[in-house]
Design a protein around this ligand. Structure first.
Ligand code: SF4
Ligand code: SF4
Length: 367
């Protein structure tokens, strides 16, 4: 990577909570021909550059669809990368004039927003969902477009945790540092250090704490911070500042924790109690659910073309399986046991608060 690319990668990782759009359109990768694979992704600059980097040595066409300049999973879950955007990109990017096939490979995490059957119906392109991570694309293509288990499942490993810690540490450190400097310049360095440490602790410790996690995390952070102030011989103002900073930082950092990790489903509403259910009568073993579930909730049944919802406790309610199941065999059930129709999940995407209230495909909400 060139120095400019490294700098941009660091900058975009540290500020990934804001959109970084890149120009939508068609990008040839290597020396593609009429039978080269067609890959589609959203117009998040960091993703596009990672895909292009992963595809070094591969000849392919990359269609960049408009997706609000945010990452694929959030864009698809929030209705920014939908069936409409993908159909439009395939029809207008010029790729149809360059290839002599109609097979497009989308990132697996787009499955929550892009309905494969509907793309096919609207523009006669057959959509397959490729690996979760760009780095696995060459292996997926070389293996005859078959995904291994590792290619299908979302991980939250060291690198992902570090990236999310950086994404939250950078903006909170800037804000707390600026506020500290305004109040008293000597407060700025400890407040910046507090923001950095809390962000790192959140993404490495928080999910391993027993409940009530927020209280435990906040209490421990408060105790450590006040002890540090006491050791440094701080006065009353320093104690007050540390206490206020910890409370606000813990509130802000933990507020969207489910939304910024693949560990839990995001939602502050009743929808966080929804449960994924399988109607075995309708299941015909198409395996789309098994193919797109990022949390490996499904297992293929022995001797019969059906699935088992073997690990439903892992479900983060992304809705990808519900959107893709052609038999409507999957749905959510609310706390009262009422079925939430798959059509509702296909139509309504998540807003910033994790509530299904955004209409996909640019349709306007009913008056
Ligand atoms: S639940 Fe739906 S997508 Fe999954 S195997 Fe059955 S029919 Fe296919
Ligand atoms: S089972 Fe849950 S996590 Fe898996 S695809 Fe369906 S909604 Fe998403």
């Amino acid at each position: 990577m060139r120095v400019r690319d490294v700098a941009l990668e660091i900058l975009q990782t540290a500020f990934r909570l804001i959109p970084w759009p890149t120009e939508p359109g068609l990008r040839p990768v290597g020396e593609p021909g009429p039978f080269s694979p067609v890959l589609v992704t959203g117009n998040y600059d960091l993703t596009v550059r990672r895909v292009l980097r992963a595809l070094r040595g591969v000849d392919a066409w990359l269609v960049v669809a408009p997706a609000g300049g945010i990452n694929v999973w959030c864009a698809a879950a929030g209705g920014h990368l939908s069936t409409h955007q993908v159909v439009t990109a395939l029809k207008t990017s010029g790729v149809e004039d360059r290839v002599r096939h109609r097979r497009a490979i989308l990132p697996q995490l787009a499955a929550t927003g892009v309905e494969a059957r509907e793309v096919s119906r609207r523009c006669r392109w057959r959509v397959r969902f490729g690996p979760v991570y760009a780095k696995d694309i060459p292996g997926y293509l070389a293996g005859g477009e078959r995904k291994t288990d590792a290619m299908r499942h979302v991980r939250f490993g060291l690198v992902e945790r570090l990236e999310m810690a950086a994404a939250w540490a950078a903006p909170t450190a800037i804000v707390t540092g600026a506020v500290g400097a305004l109040l008293r310049p000597s407060f700025a360095p400890p407040l910046v250090a507090l923001s950095l440490l809390l962000a790192v602790a959140l993404f490495f410790v928080y999910d391993r704490l027993p409940g009530p996690r927020r209280l435990l995390f906040g209490g421990a952070a408060l105790a450590v911070s006040l002890a540090a102030v006491a050791l440094a011989g701080g006065g009353l103002l320093a104690f007050a500042m540390a206490a206020v900073a910890v409370v606000l930082l813990v509130a802000v950092l933990t507020f969207d924790y489910p939304g910024t990790t693949p560990i839990e489903g995001a939602s502050f509403f009743e929808q966080r109690h929804w449960r994924i259910t399988l109607d075995r009568e309708r299941c015909k073993g198409v395996y789309s659910c098994w193919e797109v579930c990022p949390e490996a909730c499904y297992e293929k049944r022995e001797g019969v073309r059906q699935v088992d919802l073997a690990h439903d406790q892992r479900c983060v309610r992304c809705g990808a399986c519900v959107v893709q199941c052609p038999m409507d065999a999957l749905s959510f059930e609310d706390e009262q046991g009422r079925r939430v129709e798959p059509a509702t999940i296909r139509r309504y995407k998540l807003n910033m608060m994790g509530r299904r209230a955004v209409e996909a495909d640019g349709e306007r909400p009913p008056a």
